[in-house]
Write a protein that binds this ligand. Structure first.
Ligand SMILES: [Zn+2]
Length: 217
């Protein structure tokens, strides 16, 4: 993805990996009410299904972006791991209605590209582990029901100079960005751009809430 035209530059020390919790968040976007970005949510009805697998602790962080994607996509769902040490069983996600892939860059992961997408008429389900790379690795390695699901990756380098948090996922980008790129490949540019607009709003409001200086290119 070409990110050279991103409109924001963050000047200052990048110390964005602290745990952040907003006391009175907006019910829609989980940002502080003064920084609500709900007007940026697209309402996308796609053939592709996105299933987000997220750790319960991750949901408390205002820096989480995966659930913003879920709110933007009518054909999506969220499964929460880490409740009371009970292992989450994801086997019911594996519907024959979909070609299911786990979005994880293991050594044997296939490149998610147009060629792969065109190999079947079945719609795609993308199971997306949300959170840090460690949490994503647990979804990849600790769910036997996902053992035979092909892994997919995207090789687009992330050249962004500013982030919502330092510890990002295995792609070095926020989950919402990674989903935007993947859906751009599967569903087209328009979908990607709408989700990236939401991501930009989230990034801008998050950095501004920290008093960071942002300049537009
Ligand atoms: Zn809101």
């Amino acid at each position: 993805m070409d990110q050279t035209n991103w409109p924001l530059i963050y000047n200052g020390r990048n110390r964005l990996n602290r745990k952040r919790v907003t006391k009175f968040p907006c019910d829609g976007c989980f940002m502080h009410l003064d920084r609500c970005i709900c007007s940026f949510f697209p309402n996308l009805h796609l053939k592709t299904k996105v299933s987000l697998v997220i750790h319960a602790a991750e949901l408390k962080h205002t820096t989480n972006t995966g659930r913003l994607a879920i709110k933007s996509l009518t054909n999506s769902e969220m499964r929460v791991r880490g409740f009371e040490r009970i292992r989450l069983d994801l086997s019911d996600l594996l519907s024959p209605k979909y070609r299911t892939f786990l979005f994880y860059p293991s050594d044997d992961a296939l490149e998610l590209n147009e060629d792969l997408v065109s190999q079947s008429d079945l719609p795609i389900q993308l199971i997306v582990p949300d959170g840090s790379w460690r949490q994503a690795f647990k979804v990849h390695s600790r769910h036997p029901e996902l053992k035979d699901i092909p892994r997919v990756k995207i090789s687009t380098p992330n050249t962004a100079t500013h982030f919502i948090r330092n510890e990002t996922n295995e792609y070095g980008m926020a989950t919402l960005q990674a989903i935007a790129l993947a859906l751009g490949i599967i569903e087209g540019q328009e979908v990607k751009e709408k989700l990236m607009k939401l991501y930009q709003a989230k990034l801008e409001q998050t950095l501004m809430s920290r008093g960071k200086k942002i300049t537009h290119l």
